[in-house]
Design a binder for this molecule. Structure first.
Ligand code: HEC
Length: 282
């Protein structure tokens, strides 16, 4: 009995701390940060998601698309701008206003000419570049990845993105950094050929074509939260985590309900087992 209880506790502990552990496994230990959505019972913080969207819209969206998202998704249940009053996200005034301020390319239905028009909530997030060669040309040959599911695609998820965005600093002495490349303590690239120091002391991190993007007050937050670099990085990382798994909260809630159901069911099964076998010697 005791052993069973202990193993159940161990399973629960793994579920609870799994997120933190996987963040630490990422080569160089990531910067410590806690997100409201960490762990099996975590929830997204709406304020943080709204600020994170603003950081994406004002900073990241000039290079990175988020092609899997439509403006309406911002106002769906669980999204940054969800409002009970507007069950249909297409009617949500925030989603409408955000979309209307963005010009998207389209085709004139009468003439067939290429035109631009204000976006609607049903439109996908606008891509910053018309195609991949244009994106590479604008970034010294490197391709800024689409950020729709980047939080799922990188080990450490939001924890990694937070560390990456705040991990820029001067390259360690002995490391040659080519023009148009920037050293980041948490990016992963092979530094051995650019490293002039002892072979067994290659510094952690890597060089990438994205320069540091976030500086204090780069984005003015509507809710008055002071916009330090850390805050901006944390909020945009949270927004990207939501975007990569918008139904994470529902999944966790269902998981909990299923666990409770199974526990009750196990209890009932045990009691009926006792009852059925009550008068039988075994
Ligand atoms: C000026 C253009 C530009 C802006 C603005 C920009 N990025 Fe990037 N980003 C890039 C490029 C280019 C790369 C690819 C770098 C490479 O492959 O060397 C990149 C790569 C990334 C990566 C992938 C790193 C990896 O592990 O592969 C993430 C995550 C990222 N950017 C997030 C962001 C976020 C979040 C913002 C906004 C705060 C942002 N970027 C703003 C150009 C930009």
């Amino acid at each position: 009995m005791l052993r069973k209880a202990l193993s159940a506790a161990a399973v629960l502990a793994c579920l609870t701390f799994g997120g933190a552990a996987s963040a630490a496994e990422h080569g160089h230990t990531l910067r410590p940060v806690t997100f409201s959505f960490d762990g099996p019972f975590g929830k997204f913080d709406r304020g943080s998601l709204q600020r994170g969207y603003k950081v994406y819209a004002e900073v990241c969206s000039s290079c990175h698309g988020m092609n899997l998202l439509s403006y309406r998704n911002l106002a769906q249940k669980g999204g940054p701008f969800f409002d009970e009053k507007y069950k249909n996200p297409n009617d949500n005034p925030y989603a409408k206003a955000i979309a209307a301020a963005i010009e998207v390319p389209d085709i004139d239905p009468d003439t067939g000419d290429a035109i631009t028009r204000p976006a609607t909530p049903a439109d996908r997030f606008k891509d910053p570049y018309p195609n991949e060669p244009a994106a590479r040309a604008g970034n010294g040959g490197a391709l800024p990845p689409d950020l729709s599911v980047i939080a799922k695609a990188r080990e450490g998820g939001a924890h990694y993105i937070y560390s990456l965005l705040t991990g820029y600093h001067e390259a360690p002495a002995g490391l040659t950094v080519a023009p148009g490349q920037y050293y980041d303590e948490y990016y992963k690239s092979d530094l051995s050929s650019a490293w002039k120091g002892p072979k067994d002391k290659v510094p952690p991190g890597g060089v990438l074509a994205m320069s540091f993007q976030l500086t204090p007050d780069r984005v003015a937050f509507d809710d008055g939260t002071p916009s330090s670099t850390d805050q901006e990085a944390k909020d945009v990382a949270a927004f990207l985590a939501w975007a990569a798994e918008p139904h994470a909260e529902e999944r966790k809630e269902t998981g909990l309900a299923v666990m409770i159901y199974l526990l009750i069911f196990a209890g009932i099964t045990y009691l009926s087992y006792r009852r059925i076998w009550k008068n039988v010697a075994h």
